[in-house]
Design a protein around this ligand. Structure first.
Ligand code: GLP
Length: 243
């Protein structure tokens, strides 16, 4: 894993956006894996500016999002679907039919998961996957557990994650308990992965991710097995690293 420590959130976001831009310039029909959460918002903003300056063209790009809350429809302001359109897709020239986000209100969630996984497979897996990281080391909604799921599945959110994500909701009782998430295998089959983290609250998870030890209790540690991962973090998230 390569580690890039940037001075601040803006520099971290710019480096990530440059990598995405170069990937699309290299392969116009890139299959892009995308993340939600506060961390990638800066990267999305830079990509929007790059698009406006005509440095990048999303017309052939295909996207797969990591996850979606179960029970939130696409017009719910807290859904990841709503997030992706309001923070990114509405401002670029991506084709609607090229956007894939799990449907959290599907009547048959199991089928939704297997169809989603099949679709990723059909496209030949993801070229570049963007990841954030939970304070507990989760990636997507692959939470610390004895056993990790390899494929897209319905995940139960951990108490830590519910607490961390309650800031987006009116009350903690409104935070969904379940989500559809790509599995560890769906993520690990990506050709390249970039993981972004910003802020002191992520420092422990980043230290553990880079510890060269693998445990299902910190799902991001599995990334050590991947041959092409860039960890792009700001100084605060790097605080516990011996650099
Ligand atoms: C959420 C998402 C993850 C995201 C993480 C960190 O629960 N499922 O994909 O990486 O938490 O979020 P944030 O960037 O807001 O800290």
């Amino acid at each position: 894993m390569r580690v890039f420590i940037e001075n601040d959130y803006e520099k971290m976001s710019l480096r990530a956006a440059e990598i995405v831009k170069q990937q699309i310039q290299k392969k116009h029909n890139t299959i892009l894996g995308l993340a939600t959460g506060s961390t990638p918002i800066g990267m999305y903003n830079y990509l929007i500016s790059m698009y406006q300056r005509q440095e990048v063209d999303f017309s052939d790009v295909v996207t797969f999002n990591l996850d979606e809350y179960v029970g939130l429809s696409r017009d719910n302001k807290n859904s990841y679907n709503y997030f992706m359109y309001s923070k990114f897709f509405n401002y670029i020239n991506i084709k609607k039919e090229n956007i894939h986000i799990p449907n959290g209100v599907s009547k048959d969630l199991e089928k939704e998961c297997s169809d989603y996984e099949y679709n990723i497979e059909k496209f030949g897996y993801i070229d570049l996957q963007v990841l954030g990281i939970g304070e507990n080391g989760h990636i997507g909604f692959n939470e610390p557990a004895e056993l990790l799921e390899t494929r897209t599945h319905v995940a139960k959110l951990s108490e830590d994650t519910i607490k961390a994500n309650k800031r987006f909701f009116e009350s903690i009782d409104d935070v969904p308990l379940y989500a559809i998430s790509m599995g560890i295998g769906s993520i690990m089959k990506s050709k390249r992965i970039i993981l972004l983290a910003s802020g002191e609250n992520k420092a422990k998870a980043i230290k553990e991710t880079l510890s060269n030890k693998l445990t299902t209790k910190i799902p991001a540690t599995v990334l050590a097995l991947h041959p092409n991962v860039d960890i792009i973090i700001d100084k605060d998230a790097a605080k516990l690293l011996n650099t």
